[in-house]
Design a protein around this ligand. Structure first.
Ligand code: ZN
Length: 482
């Protein structure tokens, strides 16, 4: 790690108060990239260890401890177990403004264990695997945090860098609890990335969603001897899902609705006294989701009325849609252009093509070249993330970087495979460099940060964020991984 003499500190005042010249910015970015390169072996080792731990949401004890210990050994002050989540943490270096945060995840997905090879074979049958590449996600963020820490330490610019260890993105959404506890409130900007099948500065939003259950209570009776004494909770659930399915015809094309009936009785000869439907409703905006939720409440009441049962709707969680700024995306894209493409070797391309052939995808290999910046994105990407909730509190920049082959199923074995070998490692180091270089812009060029903040303020004006979390602490998992 580079340490530079004290006189460098005297330069920082000039950098902080006036827009930095392009050549100054470029040399600072060179330094940031050099820090990531100098630490690449350690970062790869961290990512591989987390890949092997493959811990699911809120069980990421070894994964979070690994990153916490590493950041602490690098001079960060680490606050462990924040927001009531044992595996959430905040690591801080520096003082004063700007304060820029990096969001990192490290949870795995159950049941998709896989070796780092191009043919399907579990590492441990039935075990979890990193099918969303979060072993790379958190570690790249640590790499970017380290680079910025070095530059602050060297006096290149003033400010504070924070790495947020955000657990359970795939389950309860750790960031929701961290948002509720105000952990992002004093940030000037946040940045994060996600493993993907191409390299791009994200401009397209995703979906807002609400997660709720509807429980029906009826009265048990013998289904043949005295069924008139019974009131079927399963009937309540059936009417509810039937009416919800009729509603599909009368919602906007941006809406997605999905449910599972998790409980609807035990045996046919007892009228079911209890039934439970678990439901997710999504739309392109939280406002649209709230309207759907109101309609679902009425449907639940109607289903109860029709079946002589009672219904209770409980909101469990939900996400706001991702709010992105074009100003932030332009910074990211310029830095991707400056860095150039990810150089995948012919061996890595062949690894990817083998996976593509095995998963019935076109054998086109890996995409390492940044895609064109889309400043007028059409439509909405399906899916939701707890990054969305952070993005309504602080301007959030979002990067996507190739770690897996195009066309191979996400949340599946192929993504686990490439996330545990050089393809994933290269994507991870590239993401760390893009984020670090973009953060250099935000720290050293006040106009860049101001443009991002201005656009954010325009887009959030008059909109009040209300989270979907129930009161109280998060429920921590017990027992074996499902
Ligand atoms: Zn993910």
């Amino acid at each position: 790690m580079t340490k530079r003499p004290f006189f460098a500190c005297m330069l920082m005042c000039a950098i902080a108060t006036a827009p930095a010249a392009a050549s100054d910015l470029e040399s600072l970015k060179d330094e940031a990239v050099a820090v990531v390169d100098a630490n690449s072996a350690e970062l790869i080792s961290l990512a591989d260890q987390i890949w092997a731990f493959a811990e699911t949401g809120l069980r990421e004890t070894r994964s979070s401890a690994l990153l916490e210990d590493y950041l602490e050994s690098e001079g960060f002050a680490v606050d462990r177990g924040v927001a009531g989540l044992p595996t959430a943490f905040v690591a801080t270096y520096g003082e004063g403004r700007p304060i820029i945060g990096i969001l990192g995840e490290y949870d795995a997905l159950p049941g998709i264990s896989q070796r780092a090879q191009p043919t399907q074979e579990p590492l441990e049958p039935g075990a979890a695997g990193h099918g969303c590449g979060h072993n790379l996600l958190g570690t790249a963020g640590v790499g970017a945090a380290l680079a910025i820490k070095e530059l602050i330490e060297a006096g290149d610019f003033p400010g504070t860098v924070r790495f947020y260890g955000t657990p359970a993105e795939e389950t309860v959404g750790g960031k929701l609890f961290m948002v509720r506890d105000g952990l992002f409130d004093d940030l000037d900007a946040a940045i994060t990335w996600h493993p993907d099948v191409n390299v791009r500065a994200d401009t397209q939003q995703n979906q807002a969603m609400v997660d709720f259950v509807v429980e029906f209570e009826g009265r048990a009776a013998h289904a043949a001897y005295d069924p008139w004494n019974g009131r079927s909770a399963a009937d309540g659930a059936e009417v509810f899902t039937f009416a919800l399915n009729l509603m599909r015809e009368h919602v906007k094309p941006t809406v997605r609705m999905h449910y599972v009936v998790t409980d609807a009785g035990d045996v046919p000869n007892v009228v079911p006294a209890y039934a439970r439907v678990w439901c997710w409703l999504r739309d392109s905006h939280a406002a649209g989701v709230n309207q759907l939720l109101e309609r679902a409440r009425h449907i639940a009441e109607g289903a109860a009325l029709a079946t002589g049962t009672t219904a209770r709707l409980t909101v469990q969680s939900g996400n706001w849609e991702l709010l992105l700024t074009m100003a932030g995306a332009k910074l990211i894209h310029d830095n991707m252009t400056w860095l150039g493409p990810i150089g995948f070797t012919e061996e890595e391309q062949e690894f990817a093509r083998q996976i593509q052939r095995a998963t019935d995808a076109d054998p086109v290999g890996l995409e390492g070249e940044p895609v064109l910046l889309d400043l007028d994105p059409q439509g909405v990407q399906g899916g939701s993330t707890d990054v969305g909730d952070v993005s309504w509190h602080v301007p959030t920049l979002h990067v996507s970087v190739t770690t897996a082959p195009i066309g191979a199923p996400w949340h599946g074995w192929a993504v686990v495979a490439t996330g545990g070998m050089s393809i994933g490692h290269k994507g991870m180091l590239y993401a760390a460099k893009v984020m670090a270089a973009t953060m250099v812009d935000l720290y050293a060029d006040p106009a860049a940060l101001a443009a991002v903040r201005h656009e954010f303020e325009e887009k959030t004006r008059g909109i009040e964020y209300v989270n979907y979390l129930p009161d109280g602490p998060p429920e921590l998992p017990v027992g074996d991984v499902p």
